[in-house]
Design a protein around this ligand. Structure first.
Ligand code: MTE
Ligand code: MOS
Length: 782
C-alpha cells in the first residue's frame, strides 16, 4: 500500500482550517452573523468614578433619546445580578457602589449602534466620591485584599539566607497587559420560543456563559444555548468576562423580546475588562561563591482589581512558577491578592506564570552580576537535575526535564558565547548605542490548577456518505485547536481530513465543557475526540469482521479504506453497509486528565500533568539617548513533545514570543490619579506590529521532544509557554544597560522596558555608579 495514512493525520503541518476564510473575509465572527429582522443594538452606561457611592441615577434623558427602545438597570434583572466566575462579586450592573472607572451601571437597546452609544452617555449620575485604592502597593498598606494571603514554604528560607556567604535583595515592578484581541467583546442574544434563548458569544467558556445568562434571566440552564464558532483572538481575556456582555444582551433581549447585539468599541472594551495582573515582586536571596541559590524569599503583590474573578488561580500559578527551571531547596513565596478600584484583572496567556518567573530570573541576573559571572552559567548551575534535585517547591517530582539539552543546543546554535564577546567589543566602541544579550529558559506546568476543569467531551457523527461532523467543548481563538483535534480523528479512523466538518462550540452538543485555557485545549479535547472515534472504529471493526467473515483483530483501517485478509472495502461503502445493518454511527467521547491533584492547604501534590520547556537567546540594541530598544536577533528552541501540527505550533511559538515582547517592552497601562485608564486605544497603548519582529528570527521545534506522559500522541501543549521566552528580551535590555557602567552594577529595570523606563534605569545606574565611586574615594582617603 503506497500511502497508508490518510491525508492530514497527526503530525502533518496543515494550515489552520479557517486560514482561507481568515484571509478572504469569509470567516464568520459573532458580529458577522447575519442579523435577524428586528435586531436591536446595545450599549453600556459606565461609571465615571473609580470609587463612589451612587446617590441617584436619572435615566430620563437616556430613555428619551432617539432610537432608544429599552433601558435596564439592576432592578430589571429577573434573576441574579452577578456574573462572577468563582465568587459572586461581579454585579452585572452596579447598584449603590461603583468600584472602578468604567463599571457597568445600566444598558440601553436602540435601533442602531450609534443611537445606543449616544444614549448611554446621557445619564445624570449623582456620585458621592470615596477614596480609591489604585495600586498593589497602596492596597498592601491598606490591607485591602480580594482573597486571603497565601504562603508557600519549603525548607528554611530565612535560616538559609542568614547563613549564606552572600546575600542580595531587590524589587521589580511588572506591568500588566491588555489582551488586545482583535475582535472585541461581543454577544448576540436571540430569543426563541417558550422563554428559551440562543446566545452567540465570543467566549473561551460557552458553558459558563450559559449559566451566567440562565442565572440572570432566572431560567434553567437547558433554556439557554451558547454558541461560538470562533473568536478573533482571546488570549485569556475571554475566559471569564464575556459573561457581562452576554448577560446584558440577553437581559435586553428578554426585556424587548427582540434579538439584541452588544458589541463594545475598543476604548470601552479596554476600560471595562480585566487585563494581565501587574505585580510588585520583592526578593531576598542567599547564595554561595559559585552562585548556587541557598535560600530565597519572594513576596508577590498583584493588583487584582475590584473583584476576585480568576485571581485566586492566577496568583497560585505565579507562586507555583516562582522556581521557573531552578531547584530552590529553601524557598518562601508570599502572595498578596490586592483589591483595588480598577478593572478586575483576569487571565492572560501564562496566567500568572510569567510574572512568577520574572522574579527568579532577576535573582539569577543579580547573583551573576555580584559574582562577575555570565548569567547563563548561574542559570545552568541552578537548573533542576534530571534524576536528583528534581522535586519542586510544591513536592512534585519532575520526570521529564529536558532543559539541559535545550539550553546546550541553543547555546551552540545561537553562538551565545562568541556573540557575547562581540557585544562587549561593540559596546566598548560605541558611546550611545549599546547592545545586550541574554539566554533565558522556560518551564511551564500544564493542567488547570483547579483540578475539576481537567475534563473534556466530544460528539462525533459519521454520515452515510462517509463524511464526518466533529464537535467538542473546546473553543477556537486562532490557536489552531480545531484543526489539531480534527487531525486526531483523521488519524484514528484513517480518513482524509477534508471529510471532517469542524463545527462551532455549542452547549447543546457538548455540555459542561471547561474553558479553553491553561494551554490544555488540544490535550483534553484531542483525547476526548480520540475516545469518540475509537468507539465508532470498534463498531465498524466488528461489523467489517462479520462482513468479511474474519476475526476482528485482522481488520485494519488504512487510507480511507478497511482491510482484512487481502480483502478491502472503502470507508464510504463500509459506512453505508453498516447503516443498513443498523450500526450506530455517532458517538460521544470523554476524557479526564489522570494522576493530577494537589492540596492547596499544604501546597503539595501534583498540580501539573507535565511540563513544557523552551529557551530563547535575544540580542537587543538600546539607544541610550532616547531609551528606544530594538530586537536584533532571536533564537528559540522550544519543546512541543511530538507535534500534532508543526505549522500551527511554529505559529504559536512565534506569536507567543512576540506577544511577550510587547508585554515586557512597549505595552504600558497607565491610570491617572483618579483611577481612570488613560491608555485605552492603540493610539496610547503600543502593541507589537509586524515591523517589531526581529530581522533574524530563528525558531525551531525541539525535534527530540516527546511527552513522558500518555498525552494525545505524546504531544505537548503550546499555547502559553512560548510567551515566557520573551523574558530573554528584558534581560538582554538589562545587559545593555549594565554595559554603560562596565557591568559593575545590576540595573534596576521595571517592566515594561519602555523608552522612559530604560532612560530612568540608565539614570539610576549612572548615579549609583557615581555614588559608589565617591565612597570608594572616601575609603581610600580614610
Ligand atoms: N493563539 C491565538 N492565535 N489566539 C489566542 O487567543 N490564546 C492563548 C493561546 N494561543 C490564543 C492563542 C491562550 S491564553 C491559551 S490558554 C491557549 O492558546 C488556548 O488554546 P489551547 O489550549 O488550544 O492551546
Ligand atoms: Mo489562557 S490565559 O489560559 O486563556
Amino acid at each position: 500500500m503506497p500511502n497508508e495514512r490518510a491525508k492530514g493525520s497527526v503530525g502533518s503541518p496543515l494550515p489552520h482550517d479557517s486560514a482561507h476564510l481568515h484571509v478572504s473575509g469569509g470567516a464568520l465572527y459573532t458580529d458577522d452573523i447575519p442579523e435577524i429582522r428586528g435586531t436591536l443594538h446595545a450599549a453600556i452606561g459606565m461609571s465615571e468614578r473609580a470609587h463612589a457611592r451612587i446617590k441617584s441615577i436619572d435615566l430620563t434623558k437616556v430613555r428619551a433619546a432617539s432610537g432608544v427602545v429599552a433601558v435596564i438597570a439592576a432592578k430589571d434583572i429577573p434573576g441574579k445580578n452577578d456574573y462572577g466566575p468563582v465568587i459572586a462579586d461581579d454585579p452585572i450592573f452596579a447598584t449603590t457602589l461603583v468600584q472602578y472607572h468604567g463599571q457597568s451601571m445600566f444598558a440601553v437597546a436602540a435601533t442602531t449602534v450609534g443611537e445606543a452609544r449616544r444614549a448611554a452617555r446621557l445619564a445624570a449620575v449623582d456620585y458621592e466620591d470615596l477614596e480609591p485604592t489604585l495600586t498593589a502597593e497602596d492596597a498592601v498598606e491598606a490591607k485591602s485584599f480580594v482573597l486571603r494571603t497565601e504562603h508557600l514554604v519549603r525548607g528554611d528560607p530565612r535560616g538559609a539566607i542568614a547563613a549564606a556567604p552572600h546575600r542580595l535583595s531587590g524589587k521589580i515592578r511588572i506591568g500588566g497587559q491588555e489582551q488586545f484581541y482583535l475582535e472585541g467583546m461581543v454577544a448576540y442574544a436571540v430569543p426563541k420560543e417558550d422563554g428559551t434563548m440562543h446566545v452567540y458569544s465570543s467566549t473561551q467558556h460557552p458553558g459558563e456563559v450559559q449559566h451566567q445568562v440562565a442565572h440572570a434571566l432566572d431560567v434553567p440552564a437547558n433554556d439557554i444555548v451558547v454558541e461560538c464558532r470562533r473568536m478573533g483572538g482571546a488570549f485569556g481575556g475571554k475566559e471569564s468576562q464575556p459573561g457581562l456582555f452576554a448577560c446584558i444582551a440577553a437581559l435586553l433581549a428578554h426585556e424587548t423580546k427582540r434579538p439584541v447585539k452588544l458589541r463594545v468599541d475598543r476604548d470601552d472594551d479596554m476600560r471595562i475588562t480585566g487585563k494581565r495582573h501587574d505585580f510588585v515582586t520583592e526578593y531576598e536571596v542567599g547564595f554561595d561563591d559559585d552562585g548556587r541559590i541557598l535560600g530565597v524569599d519572594f513576596v508577590l503583590a498583584s493588583r487584582c482589581g475590584y473583584s476576585v474573578d480568576l485571581s485566586g488561580a492566577i496568583n497560585d500559578r505565579a507562586m507555583l512558577h516562582s522556581d521557573n527551571c531552578y531547584y530552590l531547596g529553601n524557598v518562601g513565596v508570599r502572595s498578596f491578592r490586592c483589591k483595588t478600584n480598577t478593572v478586575s484583572n483576569t487571565a492572560f496567556r501564562g496566567f500568572g506564570g510569567p510574572q512568577g518567573m520574572l522574579g527568579v530570573e532577576q535573582v539569577i541576573d543579580d547573583i551573576a552580576q555580584a559574582l562577575g559571572k555570565d548569567p547563563l552559567d548561574v542559570r545552568k548551575l541552578n537548573f533542576y537535575g534530571v534524576t536528583e534535585r528534581n522535586v519542586t517547591h510544591y513536592q512534585q517530582t519532575i520526570v521529564d526535564n529536558v532543559i539541559h539539552d535545550i539550553v546546550a543546543d541553543l547555546e551552540q546554535s545561537a553562538d551565545y558565547r562568541e556573540r557575547r564577546r562581540a557585544i562587549r567589543a561593540f559596546n566598548a566602541k560605541n558611546p550611545y548605542v549599546k547592545r545586550g544579550i541574554a539566554l533565558t529558559p522556560v518551564k511551564f506546568g500544564i493542567s488547570f490548577t483547579a483540578t475539576h476543569l481537567n475534563q473534556a467531551g466530544c460528539l462525533l457523527h459519521v454520515y452515510t456518505d462517509g463524511t464526518l461532523m466533529l464537535n467538542h467543548g473546546g473553543t477556537e481563538m486562532g490557536q489552531g485547536l480545531f484543526i489539531k483535534v480534527a487531525q486526531v480523528v483523521a488519524e484514528e479512523l484513517a480518513v482524509d481530513i477534508d471529510r471532517i466538518r469542524i463545527t462551532a462550540s455549542d452547549t447543546s452538543k457538548v455540555p459542561n465543557a471547561s474553558p479553553t485555557a491553561a494551554s490544555s485545549g488540544s490535550d483534553i479535547n484531542g483525547k476526548a475526540a480520540q475516545a469518540a472515534a475509537r468507539k465508532i472504529k470498534r463498531r465498524l471493526t466488528e461489523f467489517a469482521a462479520q462482513h468479511f467473515g474474519v476475526a476482528p483483530d485482522t481488520i485494519a483501517f488504512r487510507a480511507n479504506a478497511v482491510h482484512a485478509d487481502g480483502k478491502s472495502i472503502t470507508f464510504d461503502e463500509l459506512v453505508k453497509l453498516a447503516y443498513f445493518a443498523r450500526v450506530s454511527l455517532f458517538a460521544t467521547g470523554y476524557y479526564r486528565t489522570p494522576k493530577i491533584g494537589y492540596d492547596r492547604k499544604t501546597w503539595t501534590g501534583m498540580p501539573f500533568y507535565y511540563f513544557c520547556y523552551g529557551a530563547a537567546v535575544t540580542e537587543v540594541a538600546i539607544d541610550t539617548l532616547t531609551g528606544e530598544n530594538r530586537l536584533l536577533r532571536v533564537d528559540i528552541l522550544h519543546d512541543v513533545g511530538k507535534s500534532l501540527n508543526p505549522a500551527i505550533d511554529m505559529g504559536q511559538i512565534e506569536g507567543g514570543f512576540v506577544q511577550g515582547v510587547g508585554w515586557l517592552t512597549t505595552e504600558e497601562l497607565w491610570w491617572d490619579d483618579k483611577g481612570k485608564l488613560m491608555t485605552h486605544a492603540p493610539s496610547t497603548y503600543k502593541i507589537p506590529v509586524a515591523s517589531d519582529v526581529p530581522p533574524v528570527f530563528n525558531v525551531r521545534i525541539f525535534e527530540s521532544g516527546i511527552n513522558a506522559e500518555d498525552s494525545i500522541h505524546r504531544s505537548k501543549a503550546v499555547g502559553e509557554p512560548p510567551l515566557m521566552l520573551a523574558i530573554s528580551a528584558l534581560h538582554a535590555i538589562r545587559d545593555a544597560i549594565a554595559s554603560t557602567v562596565d557591568y559593575a552594577l545590576s540595573p534596576r529595570l521595571d517592566a515594561p522596558a519602555t523608552a522612559e523606563a530604560v532612560l530612568r534605569s540608565l539614570d539610576d545606574i549612572a548615579s549609583r555608579r557615581a555614588k559608589s565611586a565617591k565612597s570608594k574615594v572616601a575609603t581610600e582617603v580614610a
